[in-house]
Design a protein around this ligand. Structure first.
Ligand code: FES
Length: 104
């Protein structure tokens, strides 16, 4: 497991998805209020960037822009078809005001 610095909370726009590349991983990072979520930036239905999709702050989900599957940001579980498999989710820690993500 490796830990990578993501920056500080204010580096992220509330309710927007941003793609980040870290050490060969392509991730989608989403801030909702005071929380930051990190998933693999690859829909589990087909190979498509989730960072291009809309975020629902109300349900804490992200929509795949290609066919509309919704994924729960807290754990990457699919909440609607056509996706049936989860997207990998990574824990985010806060240390001295810096956000860090742990990836394998
Ligand atoms: S590629 Fe994401 S729902 Fe089909």
């Amino acid at each position: 497991m490796k830990t990578f610095d993501l920056g500080v909370l204010d580096d992220f726009v509330n309710g927007e998805a941003r793609q980040m590349r870290l050490d060969g991983h392509v991730l989608v990072v989403v801030r909702i209020d005071e929380s930051v979520y990190v998933l693999d930036d690859r829909c589990s239905h087909e190979d498509f960037s989730l960072a291009l999709g809309e975020v629902s702050a109300e349900t804490c989900e992200i929509e795949c822009a290609r066919h509309g599957a919704m994924f729960r940001l807290s754990d990457g579980e699919p909440m609607s078809f056509p996706a049936t498999r989860p997207v990998a989710h990574y824990d985010v820690l806060s240390a001295n005001g810096r956000l860090q993500v742990m990836v394998p």
